[in-house]
Design a protein around this ligand. Sequence first.
Ligand code: HMH
Length: 217
Amino acid sequence: MGFCDDQLERVRPIWDRILSHRFLIGTRDGTVSDEVFATWMRQDYLFVEAAIPFIAILIPKAPPAHVEPLTQTIAALHKELELFRERAGVAGVDLTGIEPSFTNHAYIQFLLASGYRESYPGAYTIFYAAEKAYYDSWTVVKHGLDTGSIWYPFVENWAGQAFADYVAFLQSNLDEMAGRVGSAELKRMAELFELTAKYELAFWEMASEGEGWPGMS
Ligand code: HMH
C-alpha cells in the first residue's frame, strides 16, 4: 500500500466523522437549511480564494514536471470561484464583504504557513488530503441529492470523473514522493495529513454551527 492509502487507513476515525457529518447528510437529503448552506458557500469561497496563493507558493519548490499541473490547478480554482459566484447568484447568496470564520481563518493560515515553511512533499500532503476529502465528501452528497437541485453543480465539480482522475493523479504523485523521503520527513507528512483531516472535519462543523468567532456573539 502507498503512503496515501496508509494515511487514509490511519486517520479512518476522523475520515468517518467527515463523511458522516450532518452537513453532508443534510445536503444529500435536501434537509440542510438555506442559511447553513449559504454559510458553507461564503466560507468555502474564501477558502478557494486562499488556495490560489497556496498553490502558487508551491511552484518555486516543485520539480519541473509538477509546474504545469500546478499552473492548471490555479486556473481550475479560478473556475471554481466562478462556479461559486454563479450559484450564489442563482440562490440569492451574497458573497460580498465576507470575512473568514475562526475555523476558516485558522485553516487558511495553516495552508499558507505550510506552503512557506514545509517541504514540497509536506505541503503537497496537505494539498492531496484536502482535495481527497472534498472528493469523498461530495461523493456522499452525490448518492442522494436530486440532480435537479440548485446545489448539484457542486457535486458535478467535486464528485465527477474529472475530479476523480485529478485526485488519483495527486495520489500517485504523493505516493511517489513519499517513497523517496527520509523517515523524519515521512513522519511530518503523516502529521500534516492528520491535521488536514481535522481541519476538513472542523470546516463542516463550522458550516453547521455558524461563522462567529469565540466570545464575539
Ligand atoms: C475546505 N477543502 C475545503 N474546501 C475546498 N474547496 C476543498 C477542500 C477542495 O478544493
